[in-house]
Write a protein that binds this ligand. Structure first.
Ligand code: BGC
Length: 726
């Protein structure tokens, strides 16, 4: 390992207090920012933090921004602390810095990991110019319950899609060279199974089969590590009774033992201290002992390592070797990102000034945003609208809103650059006066006279754009919902507007799949707009007027009804599967609603039409060590150029554990000119057929598999192949 001698030399020279110092990260009170995201920012004031740095009692600061004060903090660490170990400066830079890109869930809808790589690269450039080395991203939790507020931060309900986006984001943030001035160190989070919290209730327990943990929730972390991630964040939840932040099996046996991870694990915000509230540790000291010995290297904000590890070592409850190992990992990461060679990297005032607004990032934000918009429905080809000759009423609380463009994790975004929907739509029109804008309702409460004004405007118009949905604070941490529906005041607005009889295009703002009801569900056209960031207005206008032909697909299933949660396409097969067209009784079903998703995972329309030929397999009998090639011809049968997400799903017909009804295994987004066709080729091997068996080891089992190449998880005809025994 490079730098090994320097690291061992430092460890040999360090006092126990200095070692413990490297294992603590604290809020950056020297350059405080976004107090609402970190209520304990001022638990230590600036002078206390300076003194902490000087005496070697802090290893990292987080959620501050700005070069001048960051440089001063680093100067104190390097010049005034005894051993001169540089600080690591971290922050939650999740889906953009100054330029805000779509929320991760929205970006995942693009089904373009390359796009996520580019937005992460752009984000890294801006964040490193602003004095940040290390981001607490990407979030790689797999989210299968739409009640959970943090679905917005994920790549949705599918394992393969989550893996592809996890790896792409790590590559994008970090770039090719971790020591480059614009490389942003990543922290895939939250390790692990945070997306499986019971009932979608944030921080709730996780009770799951160990095989589900390995089949569903761990793979995106492995993908992120394989892509070069060097730190991980442990999660708040327990798994089968053992909190993740003190989970030796997870943090040591799997992570270090099986995966040979060489970086460090940081706790989530005070998640080490929360072992006490969990009833897993009797007090702070017990919590520190349990967390550190399980493999949790760095404590974020709680201060319990600083407060107790020295005594624990004196008492023999922790060994010096355990402490040294954690310190070694932290120093290894600091060395790997080049901090020992250039402690002032990312702290360049010139770069900060030059790169405060990179114009090319606006274009990227617009392109990413329009590539994230999903067209759910388009009756009678209502969309795209014409830019002239139509009177348009833009109605709804999100028509002129800029406060809810950034989504739930936008702490450094440049508010002055946010472009709302009205501005985007008006700018696209040949005659801007053809657009009338009426809020009609507040987000959660009616507006006096709002509905009357909205209905009058709808009557006067040829088409209504109805901008409805969730405010950003319905998503994010501690924001679970019981009813994943449009707030009542807005639903009432939609019902009233529908009575005008004018065709309606619903444009949703949302951080999760929603259960669409009444007039919203019945609107002639529906666009899923997520939280699209800085360029929301222009991007929506591009889609609405057809300057961009929508190409995104749902990364989460839209259910029929809120009460169906958790609802995801790739669920295990029941003994009484729901087979459409057969009598419904005594099948897996709900009494009130159809079993099929309203809009399934992978669904999304285009302004053109794609036809699929039957998939051709090069063999129906796949040899144990062979590869299977699948060829499918996809044709653009419409009159517009467009992009299609060609999806390959598998089902293992018979296995020693019950397998999902379908699982995404490959996808490819292709661009096809009107009238053109292309053969799409996929290759699978035995590794793609593996799952964790009864003994919790990976296994592929000979036998029959169904395979679909289709435009969503709910359509297409299966072809069958057999995996032959070795
Ligand atoms: C969140 C993390 C975040 C951390 C630091 C926690 O509350 O769960 O996702 O990175 O705070 O701000």
């Amino acid at each position: 390992m490079p730098h090994q001698r320097r690291i061992e030399g430092l460890i040999a020279a360090m006092t126990l207090e200095e070692k413990i110092g490297q294992l603590g990260a604290f809020a950056d009170a020297l350059r405080p920012f976004a107090f609402e995201f970190n209520p304990e920012t001022f638990a230590r004031d600036a002078e206390q933090v300076r003194e902490q740095i000087r005496s070697g009692r802090v290893g990292a600061l987080f959620n501050g921004v700005g070069v001048a004060e960051g440089r001063e903090a680093q100067r104190i660490a390097v010049e005034e602390s005894r051993l001169g170990i540089p600080l690591l400066l971290g922050a939650d830079v999740i889906h953009g810095m100054r330029t805000v890109f779509p929320i991760p869930l929205g970006e995942a809808a693009s089904f373009e990991p390359d796009l996520a790589e580019r937005t992460a690269r752009a984000t890294a450039r801006e964040a490193t110019a602003a004095g940040i080395h290390w981001t607490f991203a990407p979030m790689v939790d797999v989210a299968r319950d739409q009640r959970w507020g943090r679905v917005a931060e994920t790549s949705g309900e599918d394992v393969y899609l989550s893996c592809e986006f996890a790896a792409a984001r790590v590559r994008g943030f970090q770039g090719d060279d971790l020591t480059a001035s614009d490389s942003l160190l990543t922290t895939p989070k939250h390790f692990a199974a945070y997306g499986a919290i019971s009932a979608g209730l944030d921080y709730n327990f996780v009770d799951m089969a160990p095989q589900t943990l390995r089949d569903v929730h761990l793979p995106p972390f492995k993908a992120a590590i394989d892509a070069g991630a060097l730190t991980l964040m442990s999660s708040f939840n327990d798994i089968n009774g053992v909190p993740a932040s003190a989970n030796r099996e997870l943090l040591t046996d799997i992570l270090r033992g099986e995966w040979e991870f060489e970086g460090f694990v940081v706790s989530d915000y005070t998640s080490d201290l929360e072992l006490v509230a969990h009833g897993y540790a009797s007090d702070e000291a017990d919590a520190a002992q349990k967390a550190l010995s399980a493999g949790l290297d760095m404590s974020l904000q709680s201060g319990i390592y600083a407060g107790h590890v020295a005594t624990l070592v004196e008492q023999g409850r922790l060994t010096m070797d355990e402490v040294d190992e954690a310190v070694r990992r932290v120093l290894h990461v600091k060395a790997a990102v080049g901090l020992f060679d250039d402690p002032y990297r990312c702290l360049d005032a010139g770069r900060e000034a030059d790169q405060s607004h990179i114009a090319a990032h606006d274009a990227l934000a617009r392109d990413c945003a329009r590539r994230s918009v999903v067209l759910l429905k388009n009756e009678g080809n209502l969309l795209p609208l014409k830019k002239a000759g139509q009177r348009i009423a833009l109605i709804g609380p999100f028509a002129q809103d800029t406060a809810n463009l950034g989504g739930c994790w936008n702490i450094f975004g440049d508010a002055s650059r946010m472009v709302d929907m009205e501005t985007g739509v008006r700018a696209a029109l040949e005659d801007p006066s053809a657009l009338v804008v009426v809020p009609g309702s507040g987000i959660e409460a009616p507006l006096e006279g709002g509905i009357e004004a909205a209905v009058a405007a709808a009557r006067e118009a040829d088409v209504v754009l109805l901008a409805l949905g969730e405010p950003h604070e319905f998503s994010g941490e501690a924001q679970s919902r019981t009813q994943i529906v449009i707030p009542a005041a807005q639903q009432a607005l939609a019902e009233a507007v529908a009575t005008a009889g004018t065709p309606v295009v619903v444009v949703l703002r949302n951080g999760r799949a929603l259960a669409l009801e009444g007039a919203v569900r019945d609107a002639q056209a529906i666009l899923v707009g997520w939280f699209l960031g800085t360029q929301t207005g222009p991007a929506l206008a591009d889609v609405v007027f057809g300057d961009y032909n929508p190409s995104a697909r749902l990364p989460v299933s839209f259910p029929q009804d809120a009460g169906q949660q958790p609802y995801f396409y790739n669920h295990p097969t029941t003994g009484r599967p729901n087979v459409p067209g057969t009598p419904r009784f005594f099948q897996t079903r709900w009494r009130e609603v159809s079993h099929a998703a309203l809009y399934p995972f992978g669904h999304g329309l285009s302004y053109t039409r794609f036809d699929y030929g039957a998939p051709q397999l090069d063999t129906a009998r796949l040899g144990w060590d062979d590869a299977l090639t699948i060829r499918t011809r996809v044709a653009n049968q419409g009159t517009r150029d467009g992009e299609e997400v060609v999806q390959l799903y598998l089902r293992d017909r018979t296995a020693s554990r019950v397998r999902p009804v379908r699982e995404l295994k490959r996808f490819r987004k292709i661009a096809l000119a009107a009238g053109a066709s292309q053969e799409v080729v996929f290759t699978l091997t035995r590794a793609d057929l593996e799952f964790h068996g009864v003994d919790n080891r990976p296994v592929a089992e000979p036998g029959l598999f169904d395979l679909w190449v289709a435009p969503s998880s709910a359509v297409g005809d299966a072809v069958t192949f057999e995996l032959l025994a070795p």
